[in-house]
Design a protein around this ligand. Structure first.
Ligand SMILES: [Zn+2]
Length: 105
């Protein structure tokens, strides 16, 4: 996500929007006719952008949740400052650096 495959073409913003429109059930043949009605077109594009953004945000949140321990039993360690559970020490170290940056140590 966000990076092109090896040997793949660089995509313009327009190309990405076209791909997203296809995922929102707007076919390539419909694009030209829909684009002739500017108001309708803008509404469609805005909807697609919002849907795509929400889907991306949900995907990122679920990936983030997958990295976090779901139960206290799965937690290998906890932050001594805010008591957040961590499955791995590397996550705890990164979290502690964030506390340091905020001057909370
Ligand atoms: Zn903490």
């Amino acid at each position: 996500m966000g990076q092109r495959q090896a040997g793949g073409p660089k995509l313009r913003y327009k190309d990405v929007i076209k791909r997203h429109l296809v995922t929102a059930d707007v076919t390539h043949t419909q694009i030209d006719s829909l684009a002739s009605d500017r108001k309708k077109w803008r509404a469609i594009v805005e909807d697609v952008v919002v849907q795509t953004d929400e889907a991306r945000t949900a995907r990122e949140a679920s990936r983030q949740d997958a990295r976090r321990p779901t139960t206290e039993a799965e937690a290998a360690t906890h932050c001594h400052i805010c008591h957040c559970p961590f499955a791995a020490l590397i996550g705890l170290r990164s979290h502690l650096r964030a506390h340091e940056r905020r001057g909370e140590t």
